[in-house]
Write a protein that binds this ligand. Structure first.
Ligand code: NAP
Length: 240
């Protein structure tokens, strides 16, 4: 049975992705702290006729990633993780002038090192199976840079570079690697923003919904997307 692992699948965009991918895949919902929300995601999957599991690990902790995935794989010999969505991420905004070292390090660690830890762990089995889908959730900040987000912009731009490089390494083995760059999406991450004011700057005049991002991920996770790799696809309501 083919499975999809979504990091940060407990809330926001990751929750919507988990629910959408459960139409095709057995879904593993990763979370860091919020077990109740991870269970809620799994319940929503099951209520729609899908199936899955929850899996706690911190993407920044390589040993915790290895241990959680090894333990899950040992218990689920009939299942193969064919899709990885690197979605876990945080923002800790500050002007560079005032940014604390831990604000820089945390954001880079979760997005960029998290990508490395999970992707390297699952890559070999995808290459052996000659099928895999790696989808990295980046941001418009990683493309254009956003004031107050040098840490977040650097982390997301780093993943964009890694996406393009890795795509070239693994394409011949049936593994595609793509990035999706959302603009403003209505989740916990953006709830402190002034949506009414910011919406005026977006051509579509509103924030996006997590489900709209999930639809795009579902296509890239499917077998139908096999000729798309190394791409960064924006989903921003026209914002640049
Ligand atoms: P969110 O609502 O704040 O959810 C963040 C998720 O990441 C939660 O499930 C959280 O798990 C998980 N997480 C955080 N740190 C983790 C860690 N160290 N290990 C494992 N999981 C961890 O965020 P979101 O808005 O859905 O964002 C999802 C992704 O989209 C992020 O990469 C973000 O940068 C990107 N993005 C978001 C927007 C936007 O407007 N919302 C725009 C562009 C890009 P717990 O529930 O356990 O805390």
């Amino acid at each position: 049975m083919k499975c999809a692992l979504i990091t940060g699948g407990s809330r926001g965009i990751g929750k919507a992705i988990s629910i959408a991918l459960a139409e095709t895949y057995y879904v593993i919902v990763n979370y860091k702290n919020n077990e109740a929300e991870a269970v809620d995601t799994l319940n929503k999957i099951k209520n729609r006729g899908g199936d899955g599991d929850i899996l706690q690990f911190d993407v920044t902790d390589r040993r915790s990633v290895d241990c959680a995935i090894d333990t899950w794989v040992a218990k689920n010999g009939d299942k193969k993780i064919s899709v990885l969505v690197n979605n876990a991420g945080v923002r800790e905004d500050s002007l560079m002038m005032w940014m604390q070292e831990n604000q820089w390090k945390n954001v880079i660690d979760i997005s960029l090192n998290g990508f490395f830890n999970t992707t390297q762990k699952l890559l070999m089995s995808m290459l052996t199976a000659k099928f895999g889908r790696i989808i990295n959730i980046v941001s418009i900040s990683g493309i254009k840079g956003l004031s107050g987000q040098t840490n977040y912009s650097a982390a997301k731009a780093g993943i964009i570079g890694a996406t393009k490089a890795l795509a070239q390494e693994v394409a011949r083995k049936g593994v595609t690697v793509n990035a999706i760059a959302p603009g403003f999406i209505r989740t916990d991450m953006t709830k402190d923003l002034n949506e009414k004011e910011l919406a005026k700057t977006i051509p579509v005049q509103r924030f996006g919904e997590p489900e709209e991002v999930a639809e795009l991920v579902a296509f890239l996770a499917s077998e139908k997307s096999s000729y798309i790799t190394g791409e960064v696809i924006s989903i921003t309501g026209g914002l640049y």
